[in-house]
Design a protein around this ligand. Structure first.
Ligand code: ATP
Length: 465
């Protein structure tokens, strides 16, 4: 795939996402709420496909990983043991001039709300000294709101896995090394949510805790970094847009022996999609200490008992969805019907060349595309075309999310699906009635071929393998 992320702006992407129903501002009719987003009909499918691809590769197709779905609100002691209560905070400054609150470590990239051409601090505002702000959302459990009923919305899914380590180990018949995986919501009261959905206050994580024998940390860490990087190609992110950030020894948490972030070249810069950390036995040891319950593994063959170490690949679904959208977005010039020429990507600011028209297309990988194929009758007032098209649609619909559209000129219908990222268009036309073939149109090349109607489902299956 060619480099695209430099040419799409977040504004263009957000406008398409709203127009086509990928992402809406939460509570928009009330003016929105900062840091919260809703996924519309296409967005929810996109996210589901990302989660399914992760689950398939991380759990379903492996013998050594099992799944879990833990509760969002947990016993408050969990967050004492994990260190979140004490240390899960960002440095914050207040501006006494504009009353804004900002992350002290992001002042150089944060515009002043009153003088947007200037950065916070450089605008002449009177800033306080930085102080720590805990990012966990607090709530109360039960009808009495006092110190004894305080609870927290989880800021990560990982702790649910550590807290259930013993139960899962005893029911799953797994042996170390093995992993427990979970997908779920996490909440962080970010001081400055920004870059569209990239930094939100409510988001989804896909986390794996892979438990290993002590001393094998480096090799398993390397293994998971490789696996996870390769996974991003499977969902359509070009390797040239991905990078690794390797933590220096001085940047690591005291208990960690290695950490690598997988970074993606977003329009707003190279930013983290996923962190992969070798966390030693810190988490299980702390939960043992705070709960009083031994969280150990007994190796029957060697007769050894030990606290497993863990390697944790921790990814954000919303950031991956944003990366996939940035990667897929193209503004293209396409030759007008009856004209020769190739499809090509529009340069930023370039005027539409003569003989061409513009199209916006989302070039998703088929496995990630919200809708896999659209079925069209060439004309809506010809029952023989409509009946065949609807029959094919109903058949495909049993297996995949597909779309039926009979309204408007066929070219317009194709173009709408290009914007939704639908990889294939299938048109029932007059030739279908003669030889039982349909037009199969490919989104990226816009090439059209004839395919027997009986082979459509198999072709789709191959494309989605
Ligand atoms: P950052 O440094 O960007 O705040 P982090 O290092 O604190 O991220 P982790 O605690 O490692 O993030 O969380 C794992 C993953 O969860 C991240 O790689 C990211 O994909 C996702 N994530 C974390 N915070 C947010 C957020 N505020 N909005 C969306 N996704 C997030």
């Amino acid at each position: 795939m060619s480099n695209n992320t430099s040419s799409v702006t977040l504004e263009q992407l957000a406008s398409l996402c709203k127009r086509r129903g990928f992402i809406f501002q939460s509570s928009e009719i009330y003016g929105g709420i900062n840091g919260f987003w809703d996924y519309g009909p296409l967005g929810v499918e996109l996210k589901r496909n990302i989660k399914d691809a992760w689950w398939q590769d991380t759990v379903q197709r492996r013998d050594d990983v099992v799944g879990l779905d833990a509760s969002i609100i947990m016993h408050p002691r969990v967050w004492e043991a994990s260190g979140h209560l004490e240390g899960f905070s960002d440095p914050m400054v207040d501006c006494k001039t504009c009353k804004g609150r900002f992350r002290a470590d992001q002042l150089e990239t944060t515009a002043c709300p009153q003088k947007p051409s200037k950065k916070v601090g450089a605008c002449g505002g009177d800033l306080t000294e930085p102080r720590q702000f805990n990012l966990m959302f607090k709530t109360f459990v039960g009808p009495v709101q006092d110190d004894s009923s305080v609870a927290y919305l989880r800021p990560e899914t990982a702790q649910g896995i550590f807290a259930q380590f013993d139960n899962v180990l005893s029911v799953s018949r797994q042996k170390v090394p093995f992993g427990i995986a979970q997908i779920g919501k996490a909440f962080r009261n970010e001081i400055n949510p920004r870059n569209y959905t990239f930094r939100s206050r409510e988001f989804e994580q896909m986390e794996l805790e892979f438990f290993i024998p002590p001393g094998t940390d480096a090799e398993w860490h390397e293994y998971w970094v490789k696996e996870r990087l390769a996974w991003y190609s499977r969902i359509g992110l070009a390797q040239e847009h991905l990078d690794k950030y390797v933590y220096g020894k001085d940047e690591l948490a005291h208990y960690a022996s290695a950490c690598v972030d997988i970074m993606y070249q977003f329009p707003f810069g190279l930013q983290e999609l996923e962190g992969i950390a070798a966390r030693g036995d810190f988490d299980l040891s702390r939960h043992s200490e705070y709960s009083g319950k031994k969280l150990e593994y007994y190796n029957q063959e060697t007769n050894e008992r030990f606290i497993p170490h863990v390697v944790e690949p921790s990814a954000g679904v919303d950031r991956i969805a944003l990366a996939v959208l940035c990667e897929a977005y193209r503004m293209e010039w396409i030759p007008k019907e009856g004209t020769d020429g190739d499809i090509r990507e529009a340069e930023p600011g370039e005027k539409l060349p003569a003989g061409y028209e513009e199209r916006t297309v989302l070039r998703f990988e088929p496995i990630i595309a919200p809708i896999k194929a659209a079925v069209f009758p060439l004309l809506k007032n010809r029952p023989e075309l409509v009946d065949t098209a609807k029959g094919l649609y109903r058949d495909l619909q049993r297996r995949w999310p597909v779309f039926y559209d009979q309204g408007g000129a066929i070219g317009r219908r194709y173009r709408r699906q290009d914007e939704a990222g639908t990889p294939f268009g299938i048109t029932v036309d007059f030739q279908t009635l003669e030889d039982q073939t349909v037009t199969w149109r490919e989104r990226d090349s816009m090439q059209q071929i004839r395919v027997p109607i009986a082979e459509v489902a198999d072709r789709l299956m191959d494309a989605l393998a």
